[in-house]
Design a protein around this ligand. Sequence first.
Ligand SMILES: Nc1ncnc2c1ncn2[C@@H]1O[C@H](COP(=O)(O)OP(=O)(O)OP(=O)(O)O)[C@@H](O)[C@H]1O
Ligand SMILES: [Mg+2]
Length: 581
Amino acid sequence: MPKLLMGLISALLASLVALAIPQVLRVLINDTLHAGGATTAVWISAGIVLVLGVAEAGLVALRRFFVINPATTVETRMRVSLYDHLQDLTVSFHDRWGSGQLLSRAMSDLNFLRRWMAFGAIMLVVTSLTVIIGIAVMFAMSWQLALIFLAAAVPIMINAFRFRTRFSKVARLSQDQAGDLATTVEESVHGIRVLKAFGRSREALESFNEQAEELRQTEILKAKHLATFTMVVTLLPELALGAGLVTGVLLVADGSLSIGALVAFFATAAVIATPVEFCGMLLSMALTAKTAVDRHFEVMDSVNTITSPENPGRPRELRGALCFNNATFAFDDVPDKPILKDINLEVRPGETMALVGITGSGKSALLQLVPRLYDVTDGSVTIDGVDLREFDVGELRRVVAVAFEDTTLFSNSVRDNVLLGAPEPSEAALDEALDVAQAHFAYSLPEGVDTLIGEEGLSLSGGQRQRIALARAIAAKPRVLVLDDPLSALDVNTEELVEARLREVLTETTTLIVAHRPSTVALADRVALLEEGRITAVGTHSELLAANPHYRYVIASLETEPRDLDSELSDLDDDAEEAIR
Ligand SMILES: Nc1ncnc2c1ncn2[C@@H]1O[C@H](COP(=O)(O)OP(=O)(O)OP(=O)(O)O)[C@@H](O)[C@H]1O
Ligand SMILES: [Mg+2]
């Protein structure tokens, strides 16, 4: 802040120096440029003008020097706090917001804000002050001439006001459209395989083109508003200059104004002409910066509703009993259509419970309640009798580990991906987790477990990704493990091996596992049947098979479910490779 102030002062001094030059000219013309004037005085005046000019240039450089550091610091701080806040916000916030909107807020909006702080804001203050001081000086020299110039200022102000309302609307539109455009880029880069495979690249390009064209039109509209305003701002002072020149010459002829004062008057007018013309640009910059700030705080002001309570509770002894009590849940965007209704389910400590149901019945939604990615809308979920909402969120997420359907890996080494949530990251923990998940292929990657995988690293097959994600959940050594169909992409042999190892390590861990295959169901002690958001039966596999027709129907449909052939094939490749070694 003090540096910003120094920058402001430098800028102010620079324009004061610029305003002083015409005064030297006045003295020069009035006192020396007449017959018999001393030549040395001319040299001295010229010298002063030169020194003032150099000083002005120096002060402008000084302004830049002072301002660059604080402006970039503020930009970086705002960016970091935005990122921090995004990490903190709930999953339902991210359901609602396009990634491009967040991207453009984090990058271009803040970049703009920096330029505004380093240049725009200071220049706006300085420009306004220069114009005010300049006009005062002009009044001091000749009030008649100054009045003519002031008359031009009234229409400029009216115009500025109209410009303001129009421009800020378009500025907002353009920034939002830029965000949507970023979302489209992000999505199509992400989905490039699908677009290519379906031969939809051309259509994607066309719709992108349309979006880009929309943005271009908005930008043109923005430029038009700015152009109209700039025209008024430039034209009116020029007209005033013409009128002023005629009046000025008449006044000099009349003897009521000295030639020196006339020259100085117009020199001053020339000095403030640039700032006046600048007004339009600075005003538009101010409005865009304001929009950027608004957009920033739209995100910053969204509150995280999933937070730790002030006095977090914890079970006296952590055993891992997971209990749903009349739990009801609806997504934010369809609050009156609950996805889960009155769920009552108890998973005992160390028990493995399979969750079975047809697609869309709400299995994944139910699992996401456990690490509190979403909160129940009614009822409660407890671990060892303590409501999840009473846990410290960080603690809860150490107790619970998850592997989701869509396996997300980070651009990091295999090691870092697997040990992401491990309480004590060690080589032994890594090896054990990889072994349980049957992810031995990781050792034969080009650089072993240090191979970079994920978006910017080596691409893995679907089955390989799933196994790394499973290893990540196991390495977290949770009390409560939540697995969303973690074996769906594995071939039968690998699945059997994983299951055998899982059965060994899961004896201590309470596990809730979504099963899409009878073989996964067999892993479980008991099975819960989910039907349109309700638990309709709980029991062992054979009990349900004997007593429940819907269960028989679901199991029968699971058995014929098509496999993910692609990942199976690539898994076979791995195994073949391993066999050759
Ligand atoms: N973020 C969301 N916002 C709104 N509705 C959602 C959201 N995610 C899922 N749904 C809806 O919730 C319902 C249950 O979805 P869920 O993913 O829990 O099904 P599922 O049982 O896991 O299905 P599958 O076996 O195909 O994985 C679906 O009708 C789905 O459309
Ligand atoms: Mg699901």
